[in-house]
Design a protein around this ligand. Structure first.
Ligand SMILES: Nc1ncnc2c1ncn2[C@@H]1O[C@H](COP(=O)(O)OP(=O)(O)O)[C@@H](O)[C@H]1O
Ligand SMILES: [Mg+2]
Length: 386
């Protein structure tokens, strides 16, 4: 068990996944002098471009993960859709893996995740397992229309969710989700969506970040506004809910807790991601300690850093323009960067595709409204094309 850190020789960190989250984790780790290896099937992945070394292998290549781990002091991951069984085996062999694979296993299945939250007394929308069509009808009768059918595993950016508006849509929705474990969830007529990044250290300290207000289009995060424009009461409830999620799972690292704010000003937990998150990118420029540095601190046994907000911030995602598939080019970069407080992150993915997350911009300004105005301007200028 890793419980002490010495800077010489440097701690070696292995990260499963070489996308943008891995890249930003790697950048934070390199800044602090750690050695980083990432594993990703795409050569010269975003994280591979900044890490000491990239292992080119599939995420389900247990042997490659084991070999990478053998040369590391601690293993972490940038996304939750990985084989928890091979990580559990790694941990059993004495390897430090954070967040622990046991938690990953509960969280990576939306049904077991929600059951764990309910057991801990944390409020979520009503849900039930749907092993067959009859159960979907039962869900429709209990929840009314619309309601959601969700694939229990493997979903992201709304892929894996189907909105059902009447009985006739059940068959199509189930077919669209394919041959997988399915659950139903009551539709929440939320007033807004918010998230809290929350960190927990090896010795159990918990620190949460300020509340982010998240706007999605077609289930993909487009804009995060911080601080969220909600009452102090709502922000306080959200923070408390996020912290109780973190102590329930005893997570080590940074987790994202996504929530709905209901018209009654209640908080319902939508889902938990056991890793830094897109809605926490603002922390890089707007908080004392970024979510990525925090992740590295937590998994290497260091104390957590200050999560205080230094400035209001608005984050917008740069998605691949529709109809453009191929070598990525960012248009409008010079114009956008001429605006005050614009911080550009372009991930270095070779190929763009429609709605693919290619980069993001965080705008900081002394007043939130100003950051929002500048972010809208920047958004109009920037296009990811071929
Ligand atoms: N029960 C629900 N009621 C209303 N909207 C929902 C519900 N569940 C999900 N959504 C909407 O769909 C989005 C994606 O759903 P989520 O379960 O978070 O899937 P993913 O794993 O793809 O992020 C949410 O951010 C929210 O906008
Ligand atoms: Mg989500």
């Amino acid at each position: 068990m890793l419980n002490r850190i010495t800077m010489s020789p440097p701690v070696r960190i292995a990260i499963v996944g070489g996308g943008q989250l891995g890249k930003m984790m790697t950048t934070a780790a390199k800044q602090m002098g750690f050695h980083v290896t990432v594993l990703d099937p795409t050569p010269a992945s975003p994280a591979g471009q900044v890490a000491d070394r990239q292992v080119v292998a599939a995420f389900d290549d247990g042997e490659a993960i084991r070999a990478m781990a053998a040369e590391a002091d601690v293993v972490t991951y940038e996304f939750e859709h990985i084989d928890s069984v091979s990580l559990i085996a790694l941990e059993k062999s004495g390897q430090a893996v954070y967040p622990t694979p046991k938690i990953l296993r509960v969280i990576q299945n939306k049904l077991t995740q929600k059951r764990a939250l309910v057991e801990a007394g944390i409020p979520v929308a009503p849900f039930m397992p749907v092993p067959s069509r009859v159960d979907a009808e039962h869900a429709a009768n209990s929840y009314g229309f619309p309601f959601l059918l969700k694939a229990c595993t493997g979903g992201y950016d709304g892929k894996g969710n189907a909105l059902v508006r009447d009985m006739d849509e059940i068959n199509d929705a189930m077919a669209a989700l394919g041959d997988c474990e399915i659950m139903a969830e009551k539709f929440v007529p939320f007033t807004c969506e918010v998230s809290v990044m929350v960190a927990r250290s090896l010795n159990g300290d918990i620190k949460s970040y300020p509340l982010s207000e998240n706007e999605h289009e077609e289930n993909i995060l487009r804009r995060s506004i911080v601080p969220a424009r909600v009452t102090d009461k709502i922000a306080d409830r959200a923070r408390k809910a996020a912290e109780s999620v973190m102590s329930t799972f005893s997570g080590v690292g940074v987790f994202c807790v996504e929530m709905f704010v209901t018209p009654e000003e209640e908080i319902l937990i939508n889902e938990v991601a056991p890793r830094p998150h897109n809605s926490g990118h603002y922390t890089i420029e707007a908080c004392v300690t970024s979510q990525f540095e925090q992740q590295i601190r937590a998994i290497t046994g260091l104390p957590l850093g200050d999560t205080k907000l230094v400035t209001p911030a608005v984050m917008i995602n740069l998605l691949g323009e529709e109809g453009h598939n191929g070598s990525a080019v960012l248009e409008g970069c010079a114009a956008a960067l001429a605006l005050p407080g614009v911080h550009l992150h372009f991930y270095g993915k070779a190929m763009t595709a429609s709605k693919r997350k290619m980069g993001h911009v965080t705008v900081t300004a002394p007043v939130l409204e100003e950051a929002m105005t500048i972010a809208s301007k920047a958004q109009k200028m920037l296009r990811v094309i071929t």
